[in-house]
Design a protein around this ligand. Structure first.
Ligand code: PFF
Length: 524
């Protein structure tokens, strides 16, 4: 069969939604959302977060999924198809997930260790485990191999199948843990109050910005994921509905996570009088284990389910991060998926080693192996999430809002028409989308970028040389991506999903991921 008669990708709408939700639901929901909420005014933060997901997140997600769907190709080709001059954003959207995979996999490795060690006093192991580089590397490797196995099996046979099992499992585990924590008795009410009582005075402008950037990270935006997953979406997948479901699921999981964590922490406070730390790495890998260990055998069982659930969430996120890079390697270098994922996994694993050493030093209070005053994990996290991700998300809005229509009129009604003709029909929501994607969302993203950068260079309003170094590194990376693109990629083929089928057929592998369906016109 000719390549134009075949399409590789998600077989069903629900498979697509669960895979994208799998990417979205991760450590950002189960870990950082709860503690950011408690630190920034409880329900006031939740309110801004939901608003951010709705008016910034969902618009960027729509733009990115649509960019991918219309191109049926990797992010470089997808941005390039919107406009040749924007292809560098696609390259950028491949470098960011590559970097995030390197540190996210280490944390994934930690969650596997804590799951396996649940019956053995997890509360005692953070210092020794994080300082034992060999063991951390081993668990990181296990985590990367798990993701590799899924990505290697392809989009339909691996990612979609795994998401259909793992996401419902995650949800059931989460609900179970929440019910258990809410019925602990003493302290539960205080925990809920601490988590959710609205305090607008604590929110402030900083809290609003934190909510906005948390929404980006949590929804996996500005890093090629949704472009890549969108490219594997066929005619049967309705973008508007899917985006709604993904955002809803992501927010529900984040909210539920807090309903488990804070009652548990405050229950411990009520019975022991001890205040446990609820921020950063301590919350997940030190404070919660103290609570679980204190609850005896049942606590150990709950710990096993809790960390198992966090590991699943992290795994489905890393799968999506690795898929973006793998898709590009397959299509640009015309290599088979198996080879591509092995190369990608090996690179990520190699980079993860120094990061895990640096993290170990940081956790153990040793000021060694830092870049710009940060341990490597925090350094990469700031470079990618605070500085670079908004740039890429901004680019996605601009690509759809201003460049699909070659005449680039300022009139959103014309943009709305062009998008409809191009295949994106969102019904009544179409006009609102056109206004948002063209003006409102990019403007808000710009605010997030400017103040995010300002906060790094002037933490606490005092100039920081290290902060400046972080920002310069990030923008240098941006410039590098643009140079590489314009020198090496702009005039060359960068491949598409149909090529992947050819490559699989040429490699004579019948289990390739293609669907024997006629290629559909991109319509929503
Ligand atoms: N969205 C995931 C989370 O909330 O933890 C993390 C993540 C996955 C971020 C994929 C970025 C990404 F591209």
């Amino acid at each position: 069969m000719e390549k134009t008669k075949k399409r590789n990708g998600f077989a069903s709408g629900i498979g697509f939604i669960l895979a994208a939700a799998g990417s979205a639901v991760g450590l950002g929901n189960l870990w950082s959302f709860p503690y950011k909420t408690s630190a920034n005014g409880g329900a006031a933060f939740v309110f801004v977060y939901i608003l951010s997901s709705a008016i910034i997140g969902s618009i960027v997600m729509l733009a990115e999924i649509y960019l991918g769907k219309r191109a049926q190709a990797n992010p470089v080709t997808a941005y390039k198809k919107a406009n040749k001059g924007l292809g560098w954003l696609g390259l950028f959207a491949i470098i960011i997930p590559l970097l995030i995979t390197c540190y996210y996999s280490i944390l994934g490795g930690y969650t596997i260790k804590y799951t396996m060690n649940s019956f053995n006093a997890n509360s005692q192991i953070l210092a020794s485990f994080s300082g034992n580089v060999g063991e951390v590397i081993l668990y990181t490797a296990i985590f990367i191999i798990l993701a590799l196995v899924v990505v290697m099996a392809g989009v339909k046979g691996g990612i979609e199948k795994a998401s259909k099992v793992l996401m419902p499992a995650l949800f059931i585990l989460l609900v179970g843990v929440v019910i258990y924590c809410l019925t602990l008795g003493a302290g539960v009410k205080d925990g809920l109050a601490y988590y959710l009582k609205p305090d607008f005075s604590q929110l402030g402008f900083k809290g609003i910005l934190a909510a906005m950037s948390q929404a980006f990270f949590s929804l996996s935006l500005g890093m090629g994921i949704m472009v890549s997953y969108g490219s594997y979406a066929g005619k049967n997948i309705k973008i508007g509905q899917s985006v709604f479901m993904i955002c809803l699921f992501d927010t529900i999981v984040a909210l539920l996570a807090g309903l488990a964590i804070f009652p548990a922490i405050y229950h411990y406070k009520a019975i022991s009088g001890v205040d446990l730390k609820v921020n950063g790495i301590m919350l997940l890998f030190s404070s919660l284990p103290v609570v679980f260990d204190n609850l005896g055998t049942i606590g150990h069982i709950v710990s096993f389910f809790f960390f198992g659930m966090v590991a699943i969430a992290a795994l489905t996120s890393v799968i999506s991060l690795m898929e973006v890079v793998t898709q590009f390697v397959i299509q640009k270098f015309r290599v088979h998926r198996t080879k591509a994922i092995f190369v990608v996994a090996a690179i990520c694993f190699a980079i993860s080693i120094p990061i895990s050493i640096s993290l170990g030093f940081a956790i153990n209070g040793q000021d060694k192996m830092t870049i710009c005053g940060q341990n490597w994990l925090d350094f990469i996290d700031m470079v990618t999430n605070t500085v670079l991700m908004p740039v890429c998300a901004f680019g996605s809005c601009i690509a759809i809002g201003w460049f699909i229509d070659k005449k680039a009129t300022a009139n959103p009604l014309k943009t709305f028409k062009t998008l409809e003709e191009d295949g994106l029909s969102l019904g009544k929501f179409g006009k609102i989308f056109a206004v948002m994607v063209k003006y409102v969302t990019p403007a808000l993203i710009l605010v997030v970028e400017i103040f995010g950068v300002k906060d790094i260079i002037f933490p606490g309003n005092v100039f920081s040389k290290n902060g400046l170094g972080i920002v310069i590194t990030a923008y240098a990376l941006l410039a590098l991506a643009a140079i590489v693109y314009f020198v090496w990629l702009v005039k060359r083929e960068t491949g598409c999903n149909a090529d992947e089928i050819d490559i699989a057929i040429a490699a004579n592998l019948d289990e390739s991921d293609e669907d024997e369906v006629a290629e559909e016109p991109t319509e929503n």
